[in-house]
Write a protein that binds this ligand. Structure first.
Ligand SMILES: [Zn+2]
Length: 256
């Protein structure tokens, strides 16, 4: 259960970013917001410090529609800027990783080659376009030891920050305030801060019910992400509010 000492320890591990001069308002940050637990919490934690410009990548992943539903609801609830989506069929055409037609169970199935550098490119371009110096991404401590998915850790994202100068003639920092936290700690923190976890989606696979692809989804319950998420809520002694995602809100978004 949630203990105040525990929360204090976790809050000490949240990464802080330079305190900006805010005469001209909050600085802008693009958020690579997937609707997943990590990118959603990273963005939520920084929403008081930055103007949040959400960017989704539609790479034809099986979970795109429930992810979109989560992002749309978060944007409305937390007052982020208009959603922008970058779309590509490359992984679908090549039947790779999370965009293949097959259910993905473990990280090996889910591995989508070069996915995060692929995400970083439109994020850099969009950041350059709107004059943002920061891109928020969801990286947590567990990702550091993942031997299969190696492109979502501090080492990788610091390198992306380094190459941004070469790519867009500006330093774009790719930041995650939760990169020192475990999944469990992220959930404890979110519950303490009243973050609405029912607006997040973690499953690799979207189970479509009754053939209504636009209305009802539920997590598969067996993929690596579902197992990790369920375990993390269980050890805290809380129940996961995201039993199913209902796509109920209309939204405005534009494609890059
Ligand atoms: Zn799943």
């Amino acid at each position: 259960m949630l203990e105040s000492q525990n929360i204090t320890d976790i809050e000490l591990q949240i990464k802080k970013y330079p305190n900006f001069l805010k005469e001209n308002g909050k600085p802008k940050a693009v958020s690579l917001l997937s609707g997943g637990l990590d990118s959603s919490m990273a963005t939520f934690l920084l929403k008081e410090d930055f103007e949040i410009y959400p960017l989704m990548i539609d790479y034809k992943q099986k979970s795109f529609k429930p992810e979109l539903a989560c992002v749309v609801n978060q944007i409305e609830l937390y007052d982020y800027k208009e959603l922008v989506i970058f779309e590509s069929s490359i992984y679908k055409t090549l039947q790779m990783g999370l965009s293949s037609d097959h259910d993905d169970i473990d990280d090996k199935d889910a591995f989508t080659p070069a996915r995060n550098i692929f995400f970083a490119v439109p994020a850099m371009i969009y950041a350059k376009y709107i004059g943002a110096k920061y891109v928020i991404r969801g990286t947590i401590q567990n990702d550091q030891s993942n031997k299969i998915i190696r492109d979502n850790n501090e080492i990788f994202w610091n390198k992306v920050t380094d190459i941004s100068n070469y790519c867009v003639n500006d330093s774009i920092q790719f930041i995650s305030p939760i990169s020192s936290l475990s999944k469990r700690d992220v959930i404890v923190l979110g519950l303490d801060k009243k973050f609405d976890f029912s607006l997040t989606w973690s499953c690799f696979n979207a189970v479509v019910e009754s053939g209504k692809v636009h209305e009802d989804y539920k997590p598969c319950g067996v993929c690596a992400n579902c197992v990790e998420r369920n375990y993390s809520f269980e050890v805290i002694g809380e129940s996961d509010p995201a039993k199913s995602i209902r796509y109920k809100k209309e939204t405005n978004f534009k494609y890059l």
